[in-house]
Write a protein that binds this ligand. Structure first.
Ligand code: RUQ
Ligand code: CUA
Length: 647
């Protein structure tokens, strides 16, 4: 085994040595035509990419590769004040307190009957385990739930076919059974466990942790739910079944096979509904954004239901899978489960039917902590040969083909779900991680394009110093042969991405918020209603913005040491007329307030004097006139509160 691993490591520099070779585009003008979206025209698809360590979700038009927007989710966003404004700060609360950053990996669209429906998109946070839900009518993060008893939430946030659940799992095992505790790290095998989590999604989208399953202390990497015949099951890859706690690069690469865990979530849900398992400690934040008040609230919940496979039968089975598998993908028919064994020479395809038969026959190799390990020979359907080096992820085109990324050999490999033979391959530049086909992990892929999400950029664009954006590549998969169409740089590190035909999203778009419906605690619906109120050293400014002035724009009677809250309501009632607000010396960010919305910036003046504020968004010909002054007097000053505009 060591020699295989060593061989792969030695092969890497060779692969990169070829980095500067230029690919043959085979007819550039044909490719250009396919991606050309004329000025004023729209892209066919929305492409939602994870921002990785940016903690956000950048959105690209496909096929043009144009960057349309970035949704702030797990990280503060100075661009509009998300995570800085009083209304949005609660979204970043966790059981560890305020966490202003996150590592987002897998966007996943909500589904109805196994097909993306354009209502919401979910995304996981790996570092401080969380899942977010974004409402696609506003492209706003409306909910974030923390996953307790988890360390590293990587195998997330994949949905079941009717969005009954989104899944999560511990990437890093830690002591869980009696709570995380102070033990020696090399007591791993004895003390460390993993959990798989099922987060229930209510009809209106609200998430809650329905149950967790206690599993052996491995690393749980990725997940996908079954569909069609395998609906009711969810699959998770594992690595480090060696249970190494140091130098995993070598020590977790010893076993020839690790596992895909198959969870019967319908059965688990029944157990949970019957009150089986036990309620355990599991402090986790649940943050929700209220559409009417435009305000988020955060609460900490303390308990979760833990199901234990040692006590409850039929919950979970292990399918041996070569070797340190990363991705697990279920084909559109729901019959095949593909594991992407990073260090495997073949691509294993398990059969769901065979798995069920093996379970019925109790065809077990062994049982680990209550989890039966099925016989590899009994569940494997095919091994795809020649599927490239370092296979990671697979998606499908709905026409009987599968496409797998090979990280080390830097290519996409197309293979048949009938013959399980490779039928085409195309180089990518360089080293693809995930790939994405619109609807490619669903029951009905749209299957026209494929986007390779490359981990290494090197010479693809003008250099920007040592740090480069990651590179995506758009590939035409409508014909027999794959054709490279376009390169485009992407912000952050797109792990996974999803895409959906634009009309499924555009039909529900909100263009502005109705002022009449605004129930914010500090909303100001007309200039007449504006005011400044002092309560001890707290000052509340009820402020409005409309082209091209603030009301009030002159404020006096503020003192050093006050806590000033600017509650700014944008009175505009039309599309694309935001106003911004910033004030000299503020220790947070600006506000960017959409029409009909109210947002609050907290400001603690530190020095006496005259302090200007202004609108940051060029909103009209007289935008530069959209400004104002605050007079700050020393502590204890008797200057009375006064305010106004045009007085
Ligand atoms: S990962 S490159 Cu974070 Cu989904 Cu596979
Ligand atoms: Cu409002 Cu510029």
């Amino acid at each position: 085994m060591k020699s295989v691993l060593f061989g792969l490591i030695v092969a890497l520099p060779l692969v990169f040595a070829q980095c500067s070779k230029k690919q043959d585009l085979g007819g550039n003008s044909e490719a250009a035509q396919k991606v050309y979206v004329a000025p004023g025209e729209h892209d066919e698809y929305y492409g939602f990419m994870s921002g990785g360590y940016s903690g956000q979700m950048p959105i690209y038009g496909i096929p043009s590769g144009r960057h349309l927007y970035t949704i702030p989710i797990f990280s503060q966003a100075p661009v509009n004040g998300y995570g800085y404004s009083e209304e949005t700060k609660p979204m970043l609360e966790t059981s560890y307190g305020f966490v202003p950053w996150g590592d987002a990996h897998h966007p996943e669209l909500s589904q109805t009957e196994g097909v993306p429906d354009g209502r919401w998109i979910f995304i996981n946070e790996n570092n401080t385990p969380r899942i977010a839900r974004i409402d696609l009518s506003t492209f706003k993060t409306v909910e974030i739930i923390e996953i307790p008893n988890s360390a590293g939430n990587h195998a997330s946030s994949f949905v079941t076919p009717n969005t009954e659940y989104v899944t999560a799992a511990t990437r890093f095992s830690i002591p869980i059974e009696d709570g995380n505790k102070d033990v020696s790290i090399d007591s791993y095998a004895e003390n460390f466990d993993g959990t798989l989590s099922f987060i229930k999604v209510a009809d209106e989208g609200e998430m809650s942790i329905d149950f967790q399953i206690l599993v052996p202390g491995y690393n749980y990497d990725l997940s996908h739910a079954g569909k069609g015949p395998s609906d009711g099951w969810a699959f998770y890859t594992t690595y480090n079944t060696e249970q190494a706690n140091t130098l995993l690069e070598i020590n977790a690469s010893k076993n020839d096979k690790d596992f895909i865990a198959a969870v019967n979530w319908k059965k688990a849900a029944e157990y949970a509904a019957q009150g089986k398992g036990k309620m355990v400690e599991g402090p986790h934040a649940h943050n929700t954004f209220d559409k009417k008040t435009h305000t988020a609230t955060s609460e900490i919940l303390n308990k979760v239901r833990m199901l234990d496979p040692r006590e409850l039968e039929g919950l979970i089975y292990f399918l041996p899978t070569p070797k340190s598998p990363h991705g697990v993908d279920v084909d559109p028919s729901g019959r095949y489960i593909v594991g992407g064994g990073k260090l495997a020479t073949v691509l294993p395809v398990h059969s769901f039917d065979k798995m069920i038969t093996a379970i019925e026959n109790e065809d077990y190799e062994t049982i680990i902590d209550g989890v039966p390990v099925l016989n590899y020979e009994s569940v494997i359907h095919a091994e795809v040969k020649n599927a490239g080096l370092g296979p990671l992820h697979t998606e499908f085109d709905g026409k009987g083909n599968a496409y797998t990324t090979a990280f080390i050999s830097s290519e996409i490999v197309k293979w048949s779900l009938e013959t399980f033979e490779v039928t085409d391959r195309i180089d990518t530049y360089y080293s693809p991680g995930h790939l994405m086909i619109p609807g490619g992990d669903s029951k009905k892929p749209w299957g026209e394009y494929l986007v390779a999400l490359n981990k290494i950029t090197k010479d693809r664009y003008l250099p920007t110093g040592p740090e480069l954006f990651h590179s995506a590549q758009l590939i035409d998969i409508s014909g027999e042969k794959m054709k490279l169409l376009l390169d485009f740089p992407t912000d952050g590190e797109p792990h996974y991405a999803q895409a959906i035909p634009a009309e499924l999203v555009t039909e529900n778009q909100v263009r502005f918020y109705k002022l009449d419906d605004n129930e914010h605690e500090y909303v100001t619906k007309s200039e007449k209603a504006t005011k400044v109120e002092r309560d001890g050293n707290e000052v509340h400014v009820y402020m409005t913005a409309i082209r091209s002035h603030f009301t009030p724009d002159n404020i006096e009677g503020i003192r050093v040491g006050d806590e000033v809250y600017f509650h700014l309501t944008n009175l505009e009632q039309d599309w694309d007329l935001p106003h911004g607000f910033s004030i000299l010396g503020a220790n947070n960010a600006e506000l960017l307030v959409m029409p009909g919305e109210t947002l609050t910036l907290k400001w603690t003046p530190q020095r006496a004097g005259i302090i200007p504020f202004y609108c940051t968004d060029f909103c009209s010909a007289l935008h530069q006139e959209m400004q104002g002054y605050v007079r700050v007097s020393p502590k204890g000053s008797k200057t009375p509160i006064s305010f106004g505009t045009g007085k």
